[in-house]
Design a protein around this ligand. Structure first.
Ligand code: PLP
Length: 410
C-alpha cells in the first residue's frame, strides 16, 4: 500500500518530519519545560552568538535598512542583476579567479545552484557523486529530479582525503553513465569540518583529468557554502587556479551562497559560477541554467543581489563587512579548537576536522547515543555514520563540556 493518500510518491520516502527540525523542536520544548540553562542545542546550522542569538553582520544590516522599494519590490532578471553578477564573482573567487570563461547565474542560495547543476549536467536516473559524509539534502535535491546520490569513502585509514576511493567511484560511474556530476563541499565541509588541502586538490584534478579521457561530460561542483568561515579568505581560495588544469569536458561550477558569508540566510541568495574552457561551454551554461531557473523558481529574489552589489561598489563598506565577519569567524574557530582539544583529552575520536560550523564523531549507534544525550538535555544530530555537533550554535564554554558528555554516553 502506498504511504500517501492523494500525493504521488514517485519513488520517494518522505518522512513525517524533517529530522533536524524535529530535534530542534524537542530542544525548544525542553527549554520551555526545564529552562534554557538545562539544555544545549547543538543542532542549529546558523551561526549564533554565545547567548544563542543569531549573528547578523550589522554592516550588512545597515545596507538593508537603507534600501528603497525598487531595490526589493521589483523582479530581478532571471540570471540576476548585472552588478550582482559582477560582484558575486569577486566575492566567490577573491584574488584567485581561475583563468577561463566565467559566467554567473543568480540562484536562491547554494541550494538552487545544486539543483540547477544536477538538472543540467546529469541525465535522468544518473548517480551524482559525493563523499560518504555529506549534507543530507543532496539526496533530496537529486531525488526530486529523478537522480540519486552515490558516495565514495571520504577518508582513508590514515585519516587523509581518500583520493583513491574518489578516483575509483568516479571511474566506475563514468563507465556506466554518459555524464557525471561530482559535488565536493569544501572548505569547512558540512558535517565534518574538513577542508581539502592543496595536495588533495592536486589529486582530484589529476584523477579527474585522467578519468575525463573517456570524453564524457563531467561537472565538478564546489559547494562553497562555508568558504568564508574556514580561515583567511585568500588562503582558503588558493586551490581555485588549479581548476584551470581540467580538460575541456570538465566544467567547474562553484555553488556560492550568501546565507552564511553575509548572514543573509533568509533572503535566499546565491549564485552558480562556472569556469569553462571555451566560450561556447560557458554560454551554454548560462542558457541552460537560466532556463532551469525559469522552470523552477523563475527569478531569484532581488534584495540580496542589490545588497551585495552595494557592498562591492563601496571599498570602505566591503572592508567593514569583511572585518566584522572576521571577528565572528575567530569566535567560531576558537569554539572548534576548544572542542577538539577537549575531545583529545577525553579520548573522543572525531572525523578529520579543519574548521567551520560542524564537527562529527564516528559512531556505530548514533540514534541510540543521541537519544541518551537528549535525556541529559544535550541535542545533537544523529547521522548515518555518526553524530554531528554544531559548534556554530553553542558557546566556547559549552564546547568545552560536550566531548566528555558524548564520550560518557558512548
Ligand atoms: N551546502 C551545504 C553543505 C550546506 O550546509 C548548505 C546550507 O546549510 C548549503 C549548501 C546551502 O545553503 P543555502 O541554500 O542557504 O545557500
Amino acid at each position: 500500500m502506498s504511504e500517501y493518500i492523494l500525493a504521488r510518491g514517485n519513488g520517494r520516502h518522505i518522512p513525517q518530519e524533517d529530522k533536524i527540525f524535529g530535534i530542534s523542536n524537542r530542544a525548544k520544548k525542553m527549554i520551555a519545560e526545564k529552562g534554557a540553562d538545562k539544555v544545549i542545542n547543538a543542532t542549529i546550522g546558523s551561526l549564533l552568538d554565545d547567548d544563542g542569538e543569531l549573528v547578523v553582520l550589522s554592516s550588512v544590516d545597515e545596507v538593508f535598512k537603507h534600501l528603497s522599494p525598487k531595490d526589493y519590490a521589483d523582479y530581478a532578471p532571471i540570471g540576476g542583476i548585472a552588478p550582482f553578477k559582477e560582484a558575486v564573482q569577486k566575492a566567490a573567487f577573491g584574488t584567485h579567479q581561475p583563468k577561463g570563461f566565467i559566467e554567473a547565474v543568480a540562484t536562491p542560495g547554494g541550494t538552487g545552484s545544486l539543483r540547477n547543476v544536477i538538472s543540467n549536467y546529469s541525465d535522468g536516473g544518473d548517480k551524482v557523486l559525493t563523499s560518504d559524509w555529506h549534507w543530507a539534502p543532496y539526496n533530496t535535491i537529486a531525488g526530486e529530479i529523478g537522480r540519486s546520490i552515490e558516495t565514495f569513502e571520504f577518508f582513508n585509514k590514515e585519516r587523509k582525503f581518500n583520493a583513491e576511493a574518489f578516483n575509483d567511484k568516479a571511474t566506475e560511474l563514468l563507465a556506466k553513465q554518459e555524464s557525471l556530476v561530482i559535488i565536493l563541499n569544501t572548505p569547512a565541509h558540512n558535517p565534518t569540518g574538513y577542508s581539502l588541502t592543496l595536495e588533495d586538490w592536486d589529486k582530484v584534478i589529476d584523477e579527474l583529468t585522467e578519468a575525463a579521457k573517456c570524453g564524457k561530460a563531467i561537472a565538478l561542483v564546489i559547494d562553497a557554502a562555508y568558504i568564508d568561515f574556514a580561515g583567511d579568505e585568500e588562503e582558503y581560495r588558493r586551490f581555485l587556479p588549479k581548476l584551470e588544469r581540467l580538460p575541456e569536458n570538465v566544467i567547474s561550477i562553484m555553488a556560492y551562497s550568501l546565507s552564511k558569508t553575509y548572514t543573509l540566510y533568509g533572503t535566499r541568495c546565491g549564485a552558480m559560477i562556472c569556469v569553462a574552457k571555451t566560450k561556447e561551454i560557458a554560454d551554454e551554461f548560462k542558457r541552460v541554467c537560466e532556463y532551469s531557473s525559469r522552470g523552477s523558481w523563475s527569478n531569484s529574489a532581488k534584495v540580496a543581489q542589490v545588497i551585495l552589489s552595494r557592498i562591492y561598489g563601496d571599498p570602505e563598506l566591503l572592508r567593514r563587512v569583511n572585518e566584522e565577519r572576521a571577528h565572528y569567524r575567530e569566535m567560531l574557530i576558537a569554539r572548534g579548537k576548544v572542542f577538539e582539544e577537549e575531545a583529545r583529552k577525553v579520548g573522543l575520536e572525531t572525523v578529520p576536522f579543519d574548521a567551520g560550523f560542524f564537527i562529527s564523531i564516528p559512531c556505530d549507534n548514533p540514534d541510540e547515543i543521541s537519544a541518551k544525550l537528549e535525556e541529559q538535555g544535550l541535542f545533537i544530530v544523529p547521522l548515518a555514520k555518526g553524530l554531528r555537533v554544531s559548534v556554530a550554535s553553542i558557546s566556547e564554554e559549552k564546547c568545552r563540556k560536550l566531548p566528555a558528555m558524548i564520550k560518557a554516553a558512548m
